[in-house]
Design a protein around this ligand. Structure first.
Ligand code: AMP
Ligand code: ZN
Length: 133
């Protein structure tokens, strides 16, 4: 696996993903254990472990993409809001040690918890095909 890192392997195409957006800086794809419909990860192509290991220019470029993808998700999903989550360190719940931002769409009146449930792969595939840009 590239860099012995799951998200580097996805960027390298060694492992498939449900792609939502890609440019020179990031790859964004659906989280396979979504907290809500459209839960998307925005992942820089360059490896760094977390917020404190990432240089300012890269971080600024990634955050600009987080906003771009979030704006798109709001448009196509019709969600009422969204949470941005970014975990650092095992103690904070980080499980993949490659910087990533969660965009978690929120729907007014819909039950929600910050606990992922294993997604239905066919539904995730169909959703990614519908919302990719
Ligand atoms: P974190 O807990 O912030 O490190 O988040 C890692 C996220 O990656 C979790 O929400 C996982 O569900 C998600 N994840 C793990 N493997 C994959 C994968 N192959 N494709 C998409 N998301 C994944
Ligand atoms: Zn990596």
């Amino acid at each position: 696996m590239k860099n012995n890192c799951l998200f580097c392997a996805i960027t390298a195409g060694e492992i498939p993903s449900f792609k939502v957006y890609e440019d020179d800086v990031v790859l964004a794809y659906l989280d396979i254990n979504p907290f809500s419909e459209g839960h998307t990860l925005v992942v820089p192509k360059a490896h760094s472990a977390g917020l404190l290991d990432t240089d300012d220019a890269t971080l600024a470029a990634v955050v600009a993409r987080v906003r771009k993808v979030a704006a798109h998700l709001k448009d196509v999903l019709g969600c009422d809001g969204f949470n941005i989550m970014q975990n650092n360190g095992e103690a904070a719940g980080q499980t993949v040690m490659h910087l990533h931002f969660h965009i978690i769409p929120r729907y007014a009146g819909k039950a929600f918890s910050f606990a992922g449930e294993k997604g239905d792969m066919d539904k995730l595939k169909a959703l990614a095909e519908r919302i990719a840009f």
